[in-house]
Design a protein around this ligand. Structure first.
Ligand code: G3I
Length: 350
């Protein structure tokens, strides 16, 4: 009894912290996420996810609070869903779908045709061009068909161009010929007539040889009647090499003028090449996010803004470069960074 009274006195005297007391930094921790601000602007906001992490309640809660669009970072790739010629494995992909559907989120399917993350049976396969067509058609029909009517958009073909704008001497081009791109889109449309079909690439976000080539490729496909609904601009960038807002806007607008959608599909901003103080780097990073989002919001056909990972803890960059980095909107503890605040401000701006 004495102890309870003692604590009550201390509490009233302001000597003990109140659990419910307003936190001076609470304004930085929003109760409404980015998706609430983005929705009235006709924009989806999303992130790449891995089903293994969804079991972490903090990860799941942050995802559900902030985003209304998910992209499986690896769970729908060829080596994961189609590990053997006659065997498909949709466990991981289904888990992403289930999470998204339980939380009323859309899904971008990623990716059907790419050189990376192919299983050994494909890499070592010895087939005729007709057999390769059968293999890719079966893959696309099976994967797209499984989620028919439930996927907003598919990255049908990923990274088919070199930075100089030439067509890559890619695996599927060598096996099937240049027409593999058009065929993949046709098969995807047949498998799910409702899904939006995207060409997705990196490095062609601003104005350069790559973006010129993406534009030409897409324009050519559309002229040939290939069912293509959008371009995914990945937006893996870094301090010091990000495209300007003006160039982004010009590129987004010319793509939109083709009558297709634009999605920012994999944004992250590396800090590791800058030697500025950390606080300055975080502020500069925020401005890169702001520029990309502002350009997107200015072009009506830009309908999705996706970061490549939920927080710095889950980014692919450190594994890839071997160096520490902080490329995303949330820090390793899931706390919002200046980049997050910049994205909020842009979404809230008139
Ligand atoms: O699946 C194995 C697992 O069995 C093993 O235990 C583990 C050990 O390292 O490796 C796992 O594979 C890794 C895989 O991610 C799944 O975690 C690969 O080594 C690793 O190379 C792979 O990296 C992915 C990369 O694509 C492959 O190219 C990244 O997570 C993923 O973020 C990245 O995403 C790509 C987009 O799909 C396309 N655009 C570029 C972007 C960044 O490269």
């Amino acid at each position: 009894m004495f102890r309870r009274t003692f604590f009550l006195v201390l509490l009233l005297a302001g000597c003990l912290p109140l659990a419910e007391a307003p936190n001076p930094t609470a304004s930085e921790t929003p109760t409404q996420g980015l998706s609430t601000l983005a929705e009235p602007r006709g924009l989806l906001v999303g992130t790449a996810v891995d089903p293994d992490w969804m079991d972490d309640p903090a990860y799941a809660a942050l995802l559900a609070r902030e985003f209304n669009l998910l992209t499986p970072e690896n769970a729908m790739k060829f080596e994961v869903v189609h590990p053997e010629p006659e065997r498909y494995d949709f466990q991981a992909a289904d888990a992403v779908m289930a999470f998204a559907e339980a939380h009323n989120m859309q899904v971008r399917g990623h990716t059907l045709v790419w050189d990376s993350q192919l299983p050994e049976w494909v890499l070592q396969g010895d087939y005729t061009p007709e057999q390769w067509q059968d293999i890719l058609r079966d893959h696309i029909y099976t994967v797209v068909g499984r989620y028919r009517g439930r996927i907003l958009a598919w990255d049908v073909v990923n990274e088919a161009l070199n930075d100089d704008g030439t067509l890559q001497d890619s695996f599927w081009r060598r096996k099937i010929g240049r027409e593999y791109i058009a065929l993949a889109f046709q098969w995807a449309r047949a498998a799910d007539p409702e899904a939006l079909l995207f060409y997705n690439d990196n490095g062609g976000e601003g104005l350069n040889a790559k973006s010129q080539a993406v534009y030409a490729l897409v324009q050519g496909l559309l002229e040939a009647g290939v069912p293509l609904d959008g371009v995914g601009l990945q937006m893996h960038t870094a301090l010091g090499s990000a495209p300007t807002r003006q160039d982004l806007l010009a590129n987004f607008q010319r793509l939109a003028d083709l009558g297709i959608q634009i999605h920012i599909t994999e944004m992250d901003v590396r800090l590791q090449y800058s030697d500025k103080p950390q606080a300055e780097k975080l502020r500069a990073q925020a401005e890169v996010y702001r520029d990309v989002l502002a350009a997107c919001l200015q072009v009506q056909n830009c309908r999705a803004f996706v970061t490549w990972g939920l927080s710095d803890r889950y980014s692919w960059i450190e594994g890839f470069t071997g160096l520490p980095d902080q490329p995303l909107l949330f820090d390793r503890q899931g706390q919002p960074k200046p980049a997050y605040q910049a994205v909020r401000e842009e979404l809230a701006s008139p």
